[in-house]
Design a protein around this ligand. Sequence first.
Ligand code: MN
Length: 721
Amino acid sequence: MDPEKINKKYPKEFIDLIDRIRKYNPQVEKDIPLLWKTYNFAKKGHANQFRLSGVPYFAHLYNTTIILTELSMDTTTICAGLLHDILEDTEFSKKIIANEFSETIANIVEGVTKISDIKFNSQEDRQANNFRKMLLSVANDIRVIIVKFADRLNNMRTLDAMPKSKQKRISLETRDVYAPLAHRLGMYKIKSELEDLSFKYLQSGQYKFLKKEVLKNRKSFDEYINKFKKIIHNSLIENNISAKILGRTKNLSSINKKMNRQNKKLDEIFDILAIRILVDKVSDCYAVLGIIHQQFKPITERFRDFIATPKSNGYQSVHTTIIGQEGKNIEIQIRTNEMNRIAETGIAAHWKYKETGKDMDEIDKKILWLRELIDILKHDPDSSEDFMEILKIDLFKDEIFVFTPKGDLITLPQKATALDFAFAVHTEIGFSCIGSKVNSRIVPLNTTLSSGDKVEILTSNNIKPSYNWLKFVKTNRAKSRIRRWFRKNEYIESVNLGKEILDKKLRKAKMTDKIKIISKKYEEMGFQTQDLFYQSIGKGEITIKEIIDKLCKENKLSDDEETKNKKFFPRFHKSTSKGVTVQGVNNIMVNFDKGCNPIPGDDIVGYITRGKGITIHRSDCPNIPTEEKELDRLIEVSWDKNIDYTFYSHLNILSENRNGILNDISNVIKNMKTSIASISLKSQDTVVQGNIIIIVDNLKHTKNVIKKLKKIPGIIKVERT
Ligand code: MN
């Protein structure tokens, strides 16, 4: 359309808007009918509404949209900006907006409306969580966030009309949620203004003071920069470089933070001068750097090249600090105009290219991560590998984000394991957890998770928590649940055992008639409940002899019988011999070699260690020392005939990779009334390799399990390790 015609037909306000868009998007002409329709729709829709200041509500929509043009947003976003409060404040439905305009516009408007409903937590440690909430609420389209930031910025700019209490609340949320999010999204310009505006309302006195001081300093700062420009001016011309040299002042809020955090005086802060140099080409950045370093002495350790290695959010620039005139330090950023646009608008910079149909260039790809992340999050929870790559950027320093098979997001601390995940999903899932799949691969429960992992927990009703779990879980939740389980279950076990010991022991002593009487006299023994009394017996804290001595003085047990009594405590008073007789000697410190894990039935040999008792090896174990001088440390050992001790047996499994194999394996083991201490399978293409530790009584037991496992279809090999 001819600009002349536009001027005649449209109000000035609308023409201003189009002029702003035309500056960055010459193709706006074709969109003018749509923009005009949207403009009118919004204006009429909010016709009788006013802001607290008395200004027509439409002014907020218009000015929010102006901010979007400063971010060079596409026509769709501009329309969404004009309509962003239409669902919340008028009777129009999403469907009407979709019909009148487009599905995309309606989606963005709906997304912005949804964010308004989110309750943000303004504690610093919850920021990642806020970010997540916002991400998920806008899962359809990143432009939702951009419109929301423009909306918030306009609201902050017009906060004066609000009552004081509202000013504080909105400013707090802006400072603690919106500004950090804008920062993470690389939208530095918006971030910096949001920070200053919230600073203004939260600490008005300090704000006014700093503002005045900065103004006072501005003049000498400008003079200093002019001198600097003169010094490098000739070199720039010689090299045919056109460069914009801008003085950079920190925003008031960061000056304030710096004063507080580093306890610096205002003079010291003003002493650090900052300059930004904008050029056309990347090669010019380095040329300018060379020119500056020729004239001034650089502080080498402060040099950073973010052009060669951009920051994860796409930020590129060369940073150097030099010792300038009068010995003052000057921080200099050198970048191209394009890099500057990205540095200031962050994710918003992405949309320019999309609109004009250019191919994505390198820089653009770097910003694409967020859109991809959201796309994947929403539409394709299965492609977690890509997702992981995208999330590797240092977005969330202390937290990782992983997914359930259904795509629900679970937040865990860094280094959390698959087992932590299980407990985070549900305590019962944690307790019945036998293994896990991370990104469709079976891994051990102690596997450390990374952001973007899709985690599935394999459960079984026959599994019990293991003490070993406490060694690797990272979350307090998992730790406390596991500990509580042990406390509870050990208690029950001790109570039952204590009851049994009391019963058997008294029968043996021909005191059957006393069982009932004694079991009721727990208070005389100093216990508040009968269970606590039993528990103490079960744990071996009090002996039957002591009980009889105290309660029925006429029946004395001999010490010999008392020793036998102790044999009732196989679990809790672990016999140090662990079922192994060493040349007829009992009660000697015995350990089993971790490499060969001997179990009763195996041919064994003992090795006297230096200070750690005797290590028992299978006689064919390659770990037995064979040097001449070691030989006299080997001693004969044999299995005790009355073993009341269980053993870990390590099995190695090779199988075809088919569905349900893990389930079949664990079922076979369970059906043999055998406990699994740990199971981990790893699939590699067509085969699955696994390590299983089962709890057995002896070799025969293990052999039976192996025999049954070999019968499972698809199993290639099962052997002890
Ligand atoms: Mn609004």
